[in-house]
Design a binder for this molecule. Structure first.
Ligand SMILES: NC(=O)c1ccc[n+]([C@@H]2O[C@H](COP(=O)([O-])OP(=O)(O)OC[C@H]3O[C@@H](n4cnc5c(N)ncnc54)[C@H](OP(=O)(O)O)[C@@H]3O)[C@@H](O)[C@H]2O)c1
Length: 341
């Protein structure tokens, strides 16, 4: 018995070595969602592609889950390719939560095995591995699963940079948040409440319950009530909707207050006429902001609203949903099983 077992052991070990030796020359591969042409979500393909190799100033992250944003279909249709610096073939996915697999020589704040979440500037999250810069990720909130953490980065950063950095929202002030049940809005309502502000928020009939759960003081059903009839003399407006919603927003802000758009440039004529301020916020990946957001999440002050977790192979359906501009909370793609803690 014994010699046979030994033989079998050495045979298996030898075979494993042979397999490793044979594949050492080949590039390791990974599953990814890839677009080879710009277009609608249907151009996305589920493929095996070479795994990226981190440069000296990058870390390689094993992605466990990746969030879905309206920015994904916008990137995919190629209209913003030049200004956003995207190129084909492209792997979508601006939100990631995962585990550091490898670090470049110049990386100082991340180490192999760290659980991180963040926003890779050029996407790439809808894949098993993605490379990130140090300033694009922070420690994952401990109280969240990877799937929940993947719902946070782009939307929470946008809300944070709009409310905290740009509006400098203070306790006791009043803010009107349009689209309060969506990705950005659901974080904005909670961040505003955490800062002690009074929140007026809009959404359709089906999402009034969510506005209340998030802590909105005055929920408005925009399909039934004009927000201009309810919101008066507010300190700030956050508008992720645009067009008539932006046009109606100037008149509800008090003198010296601010209208922040996420989708258009506020009208300079309205701004001057009403002696208010206007700003457009373009979100930036920032490790420091991600760390502050993680702190608020672990302090149970804010939490992501994850309404759907889909397998990576359902990326087309996820992308179609993101293009509707009527997502309740966040949709997340599951890339790998949650690691055992
Ligand atoms: N500038 C930036 O850096 C930046 C960053 C992130 C996002 N964005 C942009 O901001 C927008 C929102 O992003 P998101 O992730 O929050 O999208 P989302 O998850 O699709 O949410 C959109 C929200 O808008 C609401 N909505 C739709 N039509 C409305 C209307 N007429 N009045 C009031 N609310 C309305 C929806 O509520 P109902 O479903 O109840 O209708 C939903 O809550 C997108 O256009 C996105 O591209 C910009």
């Amino acid at each position: 018995m014994m010699p046979n077992r030994l033989l079998a052991f050495f045979f298996r070990a030898g075979l494993a070595f042979a397999v490793q030796a044979a594949s050492a020359d080949e590039k390791p591969m990974m599953k990814a969602v890839v677009a080879h042409e710009y277009g609608t979500p249907e151009v996305l393909k589920f493929e095996q592609v070479p795994r990226p190799e981190p440069k000296d100033d990058e870390a390689l992250v094993h992605v466990i889950a990746s969030g879905v944003n309206p920015a994904d279909p916008l990137t995919l249709n190629g209209k913003y390719a030049q200004e956003w610096g995207t190129h084909l073939p492209l792997i979508p996915g601006y939100d990631i939560a995962g585990v550091v697999e490898k670090v470049g020589a110049k990386i100082t704040t991340l180490k192999v095995g760290d659980a991180v979440y963040g926003y890779p500037t050029f996407g790439g999250g809808w894949a098993e591995f993605v490379t990130v810069k140090e300033w694009e990720v922070a420690a994952k909130p401990k109280s969240l699963s990877f799937a929940e953490a993947a719902a946070v980065p782009m939307c929470a950063l946008t809300a944070w940079q709009a409310l905290v950095d740009t509006a400098q929202l203070q306790a006791g002030q009043t803010i009107l948040i349009h689209g309060g049940s969506g990705g950005v809005g659901s974080f904005a309502v909670q961040i505003a409440k955490a800062r002690g502000a009074k929140v007026i928020a809009t959404a359709s009939t089906a999402n009034q319950d969510l506005l209340k759960q998030l802590g909105a003081d005055v929920p408005i059903d925009y399909t039934k009530t004009k927000f201009e009839d309810v919101a008066k003399d507010v300190d700030a407006v956050l508008d992720p909707v645009g067009r008539e919603t932006l046009a109606g927003s100037y008149g509800v802000v008090k003198k010296g207050g601010i209208v922040i758009s996420l989708v258009a440039r506020p009208d300079p004529v309205e701004i001057e006429k009403r002696q208010i301020r206007g700003a457009t916020v373009w979100v930036q990946p920032k490790a420091k902001d991600l760390a502050e957001i993680a702190h608020l999440i672990d302090a149970r002050k804010i939490k992501p609203v994850v309404t759907q977790v889909l397998p990576l192979s359902e990326a087309i359906a996820a992308e179609q949903q993101a293009a509707t501009h009527h997502t309740r909370g966040k949709v997340v793609l599951r890339v790998a099983d949650e690691p055992k803690s």
